[in-house]
Design a protein around this ligand. Sequence first.
Ligand code: ATP
Length: 238
Amino acid sequence: MLRIKNLKCSYGNIMAVQGASLSVNNGELISIIGANGSGKSTLLLAICGLLTSWEGEIIFKEKNIKGLSPPSIVKSGISMVPEGRQIFSPLSVIDNLKMGAYTMYRKGMKKEVSDDLDMIMELFPILRERANQLAGTLSGGEQQMLAIGRALMARPQLLVLDEPSMGLAPKIVDMIFGIIKNLRKEGVTILLVEQNARAALKISDRGYVLETGKIVLQGSAEELLVDDDVKRAYLGRD
Ligand code: ATP
């Protein structure tokens, strides 16, 4: 579904991504793990069209998406849950969710949007309870659910998540990873970027390890979870 070949991204003199290649097949949950500053977010920004000055190829469903605007990339089927969630705090929960479906609204697909809202609220019952509450008043975990729900409202073929566990208590992190695992079971293709390597690999099919902008290791999640280098650098103690 997604193939990235020799991607290079820089900010001035800083080469944040230095020739990374990876692929995500239909139905897979793929993790990119790596330390702070290894280039994970930069790679995602390039995929979503939010960073334009990159070299290499990003092929989504057999089409090179270079030069497409972020809205066109969403339309083509990629939806991102950004780092820090970036929900619209002064808007209600329901309005945040509707924002995820703005292209469908513009096409007059009100019935479809309303059905999708129902589906999201079934998936996240707490969002139904809080539907009319301002999004900024939600807890961190609820905001993360809202950010995921908003991304799903665009009916993505590929869901991209940037550090969904960031700033959340361990119990809530488990819940969010449970939700991501279920989405994968339901057939959503997922690219997950995480510093929380163990939790990410535990729910993934395959993983890539990014170090200073380079993919230094890749393999099945099972392989990476028992790899000595990965254990030493990213997994710490059980
Ligand atoms: P984090 O988990 O902290 O978000 P990351 O793995 O996502 O880390 P990036 O945010 O992609 O890493 O950063 C990769 C490199 O690019 C780092 O050296 C970072 O300092 C640098 N960088 C990121 N954004 C910018 C920017 N807007 N301007 C200049 N340098 C940047």
